[in-house]
Design a protein around this ligand. Structure first.
Ligand SMILES: [Zn+2]
Length: 59
């Protein structure tokens, strides 16, 4: 069985990318489906594969 010590593994801050002087989230959670449903990252938008939610990135 998995030890409790491994439970915290994987919770890193690597989901943020530093652009200039601010941290930009690499992968957003879907606001409709909630945490655990990651929006797919496209060039100018993010998209949820479950509900189809699309959010356009601001420039
Ligand atoms: Zn969704």
């Amino acid at each position: 069985m998995a030890s409790p010590a491994q439970k915290s593994k994987g919770k890193t801050r690597q989901h943020y990318e530093i652009q200039g002087n601010r941290a930009v989230p690499k992968n957003q959670n879907c606001p409709k489906c909630g945490p655990g449903y990651i929006l797919a990252n496209h060039t100018d938008r993010v998209n949820c594969g479950k509900c189809g939610y699309t959010e356009y990135k601001k420039k």
